[in-house]
Design a protein around this ligand. Structure first.
Ligand code: THU
Length: 130
């Protein structure tokens, strides 16, 4: 999928967002090397810290189905600025594919695309544990 197609899937995924507290729906579309796409949305909780972001929803769906390598992720938020992944999501993604492309879109159909490595240099990784 090209960037705009993946963003369209992310935007659709945001329709299932459960956001009674922030009222800020986010959608993610995660593409694997074989072309399979996993979607995710943010799922909030009355205990705010238990909220899960759209990106991590998509990543957990993918990993739980046996996928561990990712090509790119599109993130869509209903905002003027690009919807960048939070720090926790960057760390979570870096565990699996530090080279993946991160496409952050806004509500106007514009996007910003960078590698995860550029968005999160010097990530803590499994090598640090040796
Ligand atoms: N959120 C995401 O889903 N992804 C991000 O990368 C940034 C934040 C969600 C979490 C919360 O439900 C809402 O946006 C407001 O922070």
């Amino acid at each position: 999928m090209n960037e705009m197609e993946l963003i369209a899937v992310a935007r659709l995924a945001a329709e299932n967002a459960y956001v009674p507290y922030s009222n800020f729906p986010v959608g993610a579309a995660l593409e694997c090397p074989d072309g399979k796409v996993f979607t995710g949305c943010n799922v909030e909780n009355a205990a705010y810290g238990s909220t899960i972001c759209a990106e991590r929803t998509a990543m957990c769906k993918a990993v739980s189905e046996g996928y561990r390598k990712f090509k790119k992720i599109a993130i869509w938020g209903n905002c003027d600025d690009y919807c960048f992944p939070c720090g926790a999501c960057r760390q979570f993604m870096s565990e699996f594919s530090y080279d993946m492309q991160v496409i952050s879109a806004n509500s106007k159909g514009e996007y910003h695309s960078r590698s995860l490595k550029e968005l999160m240099p010097f990530a803590f990784n499994t090598e640090n544990l040796k």
